[in-house]
Design a protein around this ligand. Structure first.
Ligand SMILES: CC(C)(COP(=O)(O)OP(=O)(O)OC[C@H]1O[C@@H](n2cnc3c(N)ncnc32)[C@H](O)[C@@H]1OP(=O)(O)O)[C@@H](O)C(=O)NCCC(=O)NCCS
Length: 134
């Protein structure tokens, strides 16, 4: 059985998190090869939940929250070997329990588009994205 808990982002081992992004498939869609940028992503997220089996990191949910209105779920990833056991749902439960007044908002990867309606999300018709400056 896995254990999910809120952790302090800066305390995580970036190499271990990078390995998890690769093992989940999410690395294809995140700048893991840019070590400095990826380390900033992990360090600056203010709500990070991890799932471990024994000591092994098998899942992560990385969010930015104001704790009161909205939690932006930037990334959720579960190691392919451990997918479809309920770890993703548990990561989101712990994330939402950490900021219970906040709604969860996210942008879905194409491969997960069918996942979110299955786990309680509704599609928003007016999501807008502006590209970064650099
Ligand atoms: C998306 C992801 C986080 C789901 O995590 P998970 O631990 O495998 O999901 P769960 O076991 O909690 O799944 C809960 C339910 O959703 C279903 N489900 C899981 N992945 C699904 C998918 N891609 N499409 C549709 N349904 C899915 C499960 O079968 C399960 O159904 P059930 O409740 O009827 O048994 C995981 O597949 C992943 O890491 N994918 C690669 C990275 C990625 O795309 N992340 C999302 C970025 S936006």
């Amino acid at each position: 059985m896995w254990k999910c808990e809120v952790v302090n982002g800066p305390s995580l081992d970036v190499a271990e998190v990078t390995a998890l992004y690769r093992a989940s498939g999410l690395a294809e869609r995140r700048p893991v090869a840019d070590g400095e940028r990826f380390a900033d992503m992990i360090r600056n997220a203010n709500l990070v939940v991890v799932a471990r089996i024994n000591e092994k990191l098998v899942g992560i949910a990385r969010s930015i929250t104001d704790g009161a209105y909205v939690t932006y779920l930037s990334d959720i990833a579960v190691d392919r070997e451990y997918q479809r056991r309920g770890i993703g749902v548990d990561l989101m439960r712990v994330t939402q329990e950490a900021a219970p007044r906040a709604k969860l908002v996210l942008l879905s990867a194409p491969a997960a588009a069918e996942y979110y309606p299955h786990v309680g999300f509704t599609r928003h018709p007016s999501a807008w994205v502006r590209d970064p400056l650099s």
